[in-house]
Design a binder for this molecule. Structure first.
Ligand SMILES: O=C(O)CCC(=O)C(=O)O
Length: 285
């Protein structure tokens, strides 16, 4: 690994200030070519591991052809398709994440394979403004983060991810991944006294964007000529643990991982190596 490509002190300070950071090109073409193949095999129904049969994974798996032509979101694809597991485990990704999060080790939390079709009337393919943290309230760590990898060059026209700069230092409520109304953000933030500084991104193939779990982000329609194809790799510092958290509705916070990981002393073990493998350092000590 070329250590000069990892975030230095200035990059880490920028991540802390803005809530996101975009790496130089760190992923080799061959790894991305393989990931493209893995994506095609995933949609063709091919599976390489018996985890596909684990209770809970099928229900959590996401998009199926019966859902039609909108945004495809499939969680845990890297647990069942080899080439996607190889992308997740590509060492520079978790090495960058460890530096940004100030963590000595990084484990996979889960991944999302995302396929955004070319914009067409009546096809819902925006990703609504949201934070990842709002879905991860059963996690003790406040430093979880996401590495977002496109399999090709992508810019705003192609529906790239946009970030609300500095939003990880505020609370913006009422957000939802599947909400199509992207104008919602300006209303919410102005009502909450927060100036929305939306930062669209443009990335070359092999670059990775990293965002803090509290950073508000979303993405608009794909006005390019090809589907947008990417993997969101959600990551946890090694010290993350399950925590008991009760929401305003009085219900305990739950995550899909709670059904998949082993339980130790009757609580979900987010260090279960089959579901949440250690990615940095690359080989568990
Ligand atoms: O792919 C997108 O547009 C958004 C992905 C996302 O929500 C994430 O990476 O956390």
């Amino acid at each position: 690994m070329d250590h000069s490509l990892l975030p230095g002190p200035g990059d880490i300070a920028a991540y802390r200030e803005h809530g996101f950071w975009i790496s130089p090109v760190v992923i080799p073409e061959a790894v991305l070519d393989a990931a493209e193949r893995g994506m095609r095999r995933f949609y063709a129904g091919e599976r390489d591991t018996d985890l596909a049969e684990r209770p809970g994974l099928r229900e959590l798996g996401g998009w199926t052809p019966a859902d039609g032509p909108g945004l495809r979101k499939n969680d845990y694809a890297s647990l069942v398709v080899r080439e996607l597991a190889d992308l997740v485990a590509y060492p520079a990704i978790a090495a960058c994440a460890a530096r940004l999060a100030g963590a000595t080790s990084i484990r996979l939390w889960h991944d999302q394979l995302l396929y955004k079709p070319v914009d067409a009337p009546g096809v819902a393919a925006n990703v609504g403004w949201h934070t990842d943290r709002q879905y991860w309230l059963s996690c003790a760590s406040e430093e979880m983060l996401t590495a977002w990898v496109a399999f090709h060059d992508v810019d705003e026209r192609g529906g790239s991810v946009s970030f609300l700069e500095g939003s990880h230092r505020s609370d913006v409520d009422g957000l939802d991944f599947f909400r199509q109304d992207l104008d919602l953000l300006a209303q919410r933030t102005s009502r909450q006294g927060f100036a929305a500084r939306v930062r669209p991104t443009a990335m070359r193939r092999g670059q990775v964007s990293f965002h803090h779990c509290r950073t508000v982000h979303g993405s608009g329609p794909n006005h390019s000529t090809e589907p947008r194809r990417s993997l969101a790799i959600h990551l946890q510092p090694g010290d993350n643990r399950w925590r008991r958290h009760t929401g305003p509705d009085g219900q305990p916070a739950r995550h899909g991982n709670d059904r998949l990981v082993r339980h130790v002393d009757a609580v979900p073990d987010y260090a279960d190596p089959r579901i949440c493998p250690q990615l940095w350092p690359p080989h568990p000590a």
